[in-house]
Design a binder for this molecule. Structure first.
Ligand code: TYD
Ligand code: MG
Length: 456
């Protein structure tokens, strides 16, 4: 009898180790190795690997490009993120936190492409067919070509898709599916890897595009989409804060398009709606004319977005003052506070500092440094940043304000929403070219403060 062995697989990078280790030698993450029972190798005769002659190479100029017609979903934001629609035979992973709206999005997608793609098969291991029906009713979907299969057996799902000659297969979710080619419970690393491989082979051999949902859990232990990212063609992430309506669909990897596009939606009573003017929504409840508020023009991929940065400083009663952030990187705030202390001479060591980016937006871009810093100063000194001024600029450790990319786009977006005055890095002067805006170019924090608060 063959001996059953166990091995340890990293949930972050998928590397395999023979023994358990606290730290993955490949990616350096801690506590990511999980035990897997390795099935005994199949007898030689049963193995599907055959020795064969390799393929001969071809000159690049002789290879025909495979530009095929894409399946356009009609949901503009989704099409843009996909690079112009779904490519035949593509395996697309849609990932995101639980409850963010993945099942809603795929159901809307299924209904949108139904006519054009023919039949769409929606396989769900998460919910019953009745639950999907309820959601479809809520979304006002009544697509006769949409088939729902509530099943967790992947091989059966693939069989149905093939028999029905579906134009699109949706699998919700990979964690609930199992295949008989692999031991282990649904959701185990082995099942996820094998299931994804199967879907990939299926998509490539039939030309049927497949959208598969994958969960991310906080510690990533059973989720495994990290591991799947290497295998699939396209990785989409649906992000947002559940309490807010705002949802951003991002592509982290796309073999058929750019990863710069981001689709913006709102979650409404009747599903996800494309949001054509996100900046207006983000600024709708702005506390203009109040101290501690500044408007940032940031880029999300290639799209400019305006968001309100709110800062509150208050005298600390703690030995170590508190710093709390919502919507931006904590360490970035610490860095900005240190620069403000050292280069502008503000005394922040006795102040608690709270930062909130309104509307659930996440500012993970250095261009947001200047608005954050000015919002802090505004709150501390109780002076207002002019409500028609938009700001952008990266702050260096020496207090210098550095150039930001796509400055014209940001300014144009802000101008559309009625901003008339801009504080920009000196380094961006040439990028702005000829214009009619009221712009102040600043070289360092001191100049920026003078420009924002009109100090002498
Ligand atoms: P769901 O698509 O089930 O999320 P996921 O598949 O990512 O876990 O949607 C989750 C939430 O969305 C749910 O809490 C209810 C809300 N929702 C709406 O607000 N409007 C709607 O039309 C639908 C269908 C859901
Ligand atoms: Mg779901």
């Amino acid at each position: 009898m063959a001996k059953i062995k166990s091995r340890y697989v990293c949930t972050e990078c998928g590397s395999v180790s023979a023994k358990w280790l606290g730290c993955c030698p490949q990616c350096g993450q801690w506590n990511t190795l999980h035990e897997e029972i390795e099935a005994p190798p199949a007898p030689v005769a049963a193995r599907s690997v055959v020795r064969r002659a390799g393929k001969s190479p071809a000159a690049l100029k002789d290879i025909k490009s495979e530009e095929t017609a894409r399946l356009v979903t009609g949901i503009g934001e989704l099409d843009a993120v996909l690079g112009g629609g779904i490519v035949p035979g593509a395996l697309i992973l849609l990932s995101g936190d639980p409850g963010i709206g993945k099942s809603t999005l795929v159901l809307q997608l299924a209904s949108a492409v139904c006519g054009a793609a023919g039949t769409v098969l929606y396989a769900t291991g998460e919910e019953s067919a009745g639950q999907i029906k309820l959601r479809a009713r809520r979304l006002g979907i009544d697509a006769p070509e949409l088939l729902i299969q509530a099943d967790t057996y992947l091989d059966a799902v693939l069989k149905t898709a093939e028999n029905e000659k579906a134009g699109l297969l949706i699998v919700d979710s990979i964690q609930t599916m199992y295949t008989s080619d692999c031991d282990g419970a649904p959701g185990s690393q082995g099942q996820i890897r094998e299931g994804t491989n199967k879907l990939m082979n299926f998509a490539k051999s039939t030309g049927m595009p497949v959208v598969v949902i994958g969960h991310v859990t906080k510690d990533g232990a059973i989720a495994g989409p990290r591991l799947m990212e290497h295998l699939v063609d396209v990785v989409l992430y649906l992000e947002g804060e559940r309490q807010y309506q705002f949802r951003i669909l991002r592509s982290m990897k796309n073999r058929f398009g750019s990863t710069n596009e981001a689709g913006i939606f709102t979650m409404s009573e009747t599903g996800l709606k494309e949001l054509l003017n996100p900046s207006a929504l983000l600024l709708a409840e702005r506390s203009a004319g109040e101290a501690g508020s500044a408007v940032a023009a940031v880029m999300d991929g290639l799209r400019p977005l305006l968001g309100e940065v709110q800062a509150l400083t208050s005298r600390s009663v703690f030995a170590v003052p508190r710093r709390t952030v919502v919507g931006m990187d904590y360490n970035r705030l610490i860095l900005l506070l240190a620069v403000l202390e050292k280069r502008v001479g503000l005394n922040l060591s006795t102040q608690d500092v709270y930062i909130n980016i309104a509307g659930g937006l996440k500012l993970n871009e250095p261009a947001a440094d200047l608005p954050v810093a000015l919002a802090i100063v505004s709150s501390l000194r109780d002076v207002v940043v002019d409500k028609n001024t938009a700001l952008m600029g990266e702050i260096g450790l020496t207090g210098d304000i550095r150039r930001v990319p796509h400055v014209r786009r940001r300014v144009q977006e802000a101008a559309k929403l009625g901003f008339t005055r801009f504080i920009l890095p000196r380094g961006n002067k040439d990028d702005m070219g000829r214009h009619t805006y009221d712009v102040v170019y600043v070289k360092n924090l001191g100049e920026a403060l003078r420009a924002a608060f009109k100090e002498e």
